[in-house]
Design a binder for this molecule. Structure first.
Ligand code: ADP
Length: 162
């Protein structure tokens, strides 16, 4: 039985995140998606909103559950009795960040492994931050997020996208 955690800010969840969760859920027995309750970066959606949107987006995956957490990712993994941390990789800069974090996490928790999934072709440029920027400027983000997320983003950004 291999348990994995997939941590992130998910501010908000995108189809890139959903793709990684689907592929990880197919590979591991149980996947716990962990929403950082207080990420270092500025966030737009509350922890409750981010968790709820993820729960709806991943409802079709029976071996996946969504939780929020604070503190170290490795501590969350240990509490969850997880063997693996799942992350997604888009471009080179993701790799550099993951590489650095992975080295530190291995020191902190030597028995927790990291599994990185390469982004699916077509999602390599999809990030929550870029989609927020596009939406703020009046562009369409419908292709890259679930319908409910698109509606909520438009609402948060006000009249520009109506
Ligand atoms: P964080 O704040 O930890 O970077 P994110 O919510 O931005 O969290 O992303 C969570 C994880 O999902 C990260 O490993 C990130 O690289 C990955 N990810 C985000 N968008 C995509 C995408 N379009 N394709 C593949 N992986 C992605």
């Amino acid at each position: 039985m291999v348990v994995a955690v997939y941590p992130g800010s998910f501010d908000p969840v995108t189809k890139g995140h959903i793709d990684i969760a689907e592929r990880a859920a197919a590979l591991f027995d149980e996947l716990i998606v962990g929403v950082y309750a207080s990420p270092a970066k500025q966030i737009m959606f509350s922890t409750e909103e981010r968790v709820e949107l993820l729960k709806k987006a991943l409802f079709h995956l029976s071996n996946v559950r969504v939780e929020s957490f604070t503190g170290l990712t490795v501590a969350f993994a240990k509490r969850s009795k997880a063997d693996v941390i799942v992350r997604g990789l888009r471009m080179g800069s993701d790799f550099e960040r993951e590489f650095e974090m992975a080295q530190m996490n291995k020191r902190l928790a030597p028995d927790v492994e990291l599994a990185c999934f390469m982004t699916r072709s077509g999602y390599e440029f999809v990030s929550s931050s870029l989609l927020k920027e596009i939406c703020d400027l009046g562009g369409s983000i419908d292709e890259f997020v679930p319908a409910e997320v698109a509606a909520l983003m438009k609402e948060k950004f006000g009249h520009k996208n109506r």
